[in-house]
Design a protein around this ligand. Structure first.
Ligand SMILES: Nc1nc2c(ncn2[C@@H]2O[C@H](COP(=O)(O)OP(=O)(O)O)[C@@H](O)[C@H]2O)c(=O)[nH]1
Ligand SMILES: [Mg+2]
Length: 393
């Protein structure tokens, strides 16, 4: 951000409270094969990745360094074991998952409201805090405007601001919080999972397959990330865990041919849902985007109405770069909805608000952990309250 005030980061990071680390029981590695790194081309706008985990291709965000969880397990922990402990309720999981984001926001807001009477300097500082929390300029300005209009020169507490923040965030999110509806008339209902490498496609497929199986749906998975043996194996492990068959071929198989076979088989077996995994695509790599378009064309040869949902997974830890991914994948692959992953690993959860306001794209689910149950249907009011650290209405 070019408009940040000097000394701001010092204050911001001085206040940062580290979030909870994933429970060791959720991190047991299963897959012995380390994934092969894929070639990485930096985007013109973004700096080249300085520190990329072996299975990540997502371009790291500009701006402050992200606190990633200390790798508690080897780099190949791609399929974490399910937690054995009883699971907390869903709102507790959501607030737990968003703790890093809400702690940072709450702490920074408290740092602004040290004086009682609201003045211009406090409003400016608050606007910076909200922008730095990745909420986007519009949301930051809307909130400070309400305060300027209604509370200037009067008493304002951090709590008042958090309640206002929760309300504004909810207003932005409500129109995009839309469930993923599996239409019974579409059999199979074909879901294509796309996104840059490491954004959480395969993990989200595992979580979704568990969810659909629990609803009594019959699911088929397709290992369409045919570049790497480890990627195929990772989906197979999720298939075993969720008792779901997986269509796969040897590494190097043509992904569109595999997608064709998968749709044909799912139709022959009268499956309710088919979820197709794809290789990580860096959005500026033209030939890879072309391949994605080819997969879609080939799917349509079996069923012209498919894919019925094209879900883009976005890694919340990539911050502002996620906005670019929405634009480019949206233009090239006809994205129908978003899944934001790793909200538990970042203080930048506010990016979802900026994406919602800018793109208006439906948000179906959010990922708040690596376990099979750590996928929550996206609910605007709950998310808004959790991120603002506001009490539940
Ligand atoms: N903490 C956390 N980690 C996640 C989440 N979703 C995925 N991951 C992890 O992110 C890494 C990359 O995920 P993967 O599904 O392989 O990404 P893909 O390359 O897009 O298929 C893996 O280590 C996953 O366990 C999430 O919601 N929270
Ligand atoms: Mg994958």
């Amino acid at each position: 951000m070019s408009d940040q005030k000097p000394g701001f980061f010092k204050r911001l990071f001085g206040l940062e409270t580290p979030g909870p680390q994933p429970a060791p029981s959720q991190m047991r590695p299963i897959n012995p094969e380390p994934p092969m790194p894929e070639p990485v081309l930096p985007t013109p706008e973004a700096p080249p990745p300085a520190r990329v985990p072996p299975d990540l291709e997502a371009v790291p965000p500009p701006g402050p360094p992200e606190t990633l969880p200390e790798a508690p397990a080897p780099a190949n922990a791609m399929v974490p074991a399910s937690a054995d402990a009883p699971r907390p309720g869903w709102f507790a999981r959501l607030t737990g998952g968003l703790r890093r984001s809400s702690d940072q926001l709450t702490g920074s807001i408290a740092g602004v409201f040290t004086k009682k009477k609201l003045d211009a300097a406090m409003l400016d500082e608050l606007e910076d805090v909200l922008i730095q929390a990745d909420l986007g300029l519009d949301t930051a300005m809307a909130i400070t405007e309400v305060l300027r209009r209604e509370r200037f020169g009067r008493d304002v507490s951090g709590e008042d601001v958090r309640a206002l923040l929760a309300g504004e965030v909810e207003k932005v999110l409500a129109p995009v919080a839309r469930p993923l509806v599996i239409e019974a008339g579409k059999k199979p209902f074909v879901i294509l999972m796309i996104g840059v490498n490491g954004s959480g496609k395969t993990t989200t497929i595992g979580k979704l397959s568990q969810k659909f199986a629990a609803e009594g749906k019959s699911v088929l998975l397709a290992a369409g990330d045919t570049f790497r043996a480890a990627a195929i194996e990772q989906l197979q492990i999720w298939g075993q865990r969720t008792n779901t068959p997986v269509v796969s071929g040897p590494p190097g198989t043509d992904a569109s041919g595999l997608a064709f076979d998968a749709v044909t088989r799912a139709r022959a077996e009268a499956r309710d849902v088919l979820i197709i995994d794809t290789a990580g695509r860096l959005q500026n790599r033209d030939e890879l985007m072309n391949e994605l378009e080819k997969i879609i064309r080939v799917i349509k040869k079996v069923d012209p109405s498919a894919p019925h949902a094209t879900l883009l997974t976005l890694d919340a830890t990539t911050g502002q770069n996620a906005l670019r991914q929405v634009d480019i994948f949206g233009a090239r692959a006809g994205v129908t909805g978003l899944v934001m992953t790793k909200l538990d690993s970042t203080a930048r959860g506010g990016i979802l608000v900026a994406i919602a306001r800018k793109s208006g794209m439906p948000v179906h689910f959010i990922g708040v952990g690596e376990g099979v149950d750590d996928l929550e249907p996206f609910a605007a009011a709950d998310f808004a309250q959790a991120i603002a650290g506001a009490p539940r209405a």
